[in-house]
Structures are given as structure tokens and as C-alpha cells.
Design a binder for this molecule. Structure first.
Ligand SMILES: [Fe+2]
Length: 254
């Protein structure tokens, strides 16, 4: 990434923000405020003292979450569309907006975005190489390298509960960045995490796409919320964030 790229990138971000008038939208400050006041220390910051075996157990549950996520994200649209079909009504624009963001996240998680961006449409059939494209499979391969054996996901009771709740409440990703960064920082203290696909593509601020993800999510919030809905939204946000936070806490317990 050159200096020129960086400059173009920040100009581009500023331009998009201005267009959708996000800077003065107080809701984003409030979301940040909730995170810093109520969820200050991420549970994954506390795992650096654990041994390799305990980290392996944690990572199997984390892998389960990573594997299930795109399917749950896709499925979250199901109930609403059946409601529309049953009632013989039109789909609301709000729903279109949340679903296009959700569909993007699925496409991204299952590797499609990367292939199209880096190789172009003629490589589309490569999306079938799921073993090398799904983010959860990148993680699985990384974990097998780290622990020197095949690692499978573990859908333990708490993770199952979390995922069932996630299905109901889905639409949020604001916790994901913090979760992955904390995890990486803690486990990299005693495990060699160099040359790993999952962590390379999810950690570190040098991926310019990340900021566009944030902008997309912000625009979605901006577009679908009215001033009157804000307080309910903030409550829902806090509840969703708490679910993720408590799941992270629960999987690090011995
Ligand atoms: Fe991912």
C-alpha cells in the first residue's frame, strides 16, 4: 500500500461519509459510548496466561461460531420473507437494506468477495473450492498448523445457545473486529501466528476493505433508523453486544 493509495483511500472515505452525512449522526458516538462504558475490557484479553491445551479448547468453540455464522446470517431473512408471502404484502425497503448487507457478509465469509476482487469474474467457478475460500476453513487450516493435528469445531452447549440467540438478533458485526483483535493479541503471546491465512486477513489495520465495511454498516444504520427508533435500537445494540461478550467470557471459563 503506497502513500498515494492511503491518500486516495482516506479521501474516498471522507467523500462517502459526507455524502450520507454520517459525521454528525450522533447515534455512532452513542454506540461507541456503550462499548467503552459497559464492555471496556474484552474477555479475550484475559486468556494470555492459559496453556496451549486450554487455548485449543477455546479455538474449537470459536471455530464453531465462525463456521455457523454465514448460514445463520443467510437464514435470518427467512422469517420475514415468509411473513411477506403469507400476508401478500410488499417487501419493505428497510428489509432490502439489511438483507443486502447480510448477503454481502455471507459472500465475504464464503470467499466470493476476495475471488472477484483479486481475480475477476472469469474465476467465478473457483468459489467451489470451499476448502480454501471459506473463512472458517482458513481458520481450521491455521489451527491445524498451530496445534499440529486436525482441529474440528466444537458446538458446546454455550456456543449453541449463543448461536441460537444470534439467529434471532442478527444484523451486527460491530463486535467482530474487537473480538478478533483481542483474541489475536492474547494468543500470539505464546503461539506462533505468522503466515496464517485467517489471522492475516482478519487482524491488523492495513486492510483497506475494512473501512468500507464499516462505512457500509454505518450507512445501513443511518438509512434504516429514524430518530424515534434510536432508543430502542440502542437497547437492542447493547443486548446483542452483551450476548457476544458473554459468549466470549463463557468459552474461556475452565
Ligand atoms: Fe471472516
Amino acid at each position: 500500500v503506497t502513500h498515494e493509495d492511503n491518500k486516495n483511500f482516506s479521501e474516498k472515505c471522507a467523500e462517502i461519509s459526507k455524502k450520507i452525512n454520517l459525521d454528525d449522526h450522533e447515534i455512532f458516538d452513542k454506540l461507541e459510548e456503550i462499548i467503552t462504558s459497559k464492555f471496556k475490557n474484552h474477555p479475550f484479553n484475559d486468556i494470555s496466561g492459559l496453556d496451549k491445551g486450554s487455548i485449543e479448547t477455546i479455538m474449537k468453540k470459536y471455530l464453531a461460531m465462525s463456521q455457523a455464522f454465514p448460514y445463520l446470517q443467510a437464514g435470518a431473512q427467512k422469517d420475514y420473507i415468509f411473513h411477506v408471502i403469507k400476508k401478500n404484502i410488499d417487501v419493505e425497503e428497510h428489509f432490502e437494506k439489511t438483507s443486502v448487507v447480510g448477503n454481502f457478509l455471507c459472500w465475504d465469509e464464503t470467499g466470493g468477495v476476495k475471488i472477484l476482487k483479486e481475480k475477476g469474474i472469469s474465476f467465478l467457478p473457483q468459489i467451489l473450492d470451499t476448502k480454501f475460500n471459506f473463512h472458517s476453513n482458513l481458520l481450521k487450516n491455521d489451527l491445524s498448523k498451530i496445534f499440529g493435528k486436525k482441529i474440528s469445531p466444537e458446538y458446546d452447549e454455550k456456543t449453541v445457545k449463543y448461536l441460537e440467540n444470534l439467529y434471532v438478533r442478527l444484523a451486527f458485526e460491530m463486535h467482530a473486529g474487537r473480538m478478533i483483535e483481542s483474541l489475536y493479541t492474547s494468543i500470539s503471546k505464546h503461539l506462533d501466528l505468522k503466515n496464517l491465512d485467517y489471522f492475516d486477513s482478519h487482524v491488523g489495520g492495513d486492510d483497506p476493505a475494512e473501512a468500507y465495511h464499516v462505512l457500509m454498516t454505518k450507512r445501513m444504520i443511518h438509512d434504516i433508523l429514524s430518530r424515534e427508533l434510536n432508543s430502542q435500537f440502542l437497547k437492542d445494540f447493547e443486548e446483542s453486544y452483551r450476548l457476544n461478550y458473554e459468549w466470549c467470557s463463557s468459552i474461556i471459563e475452565k
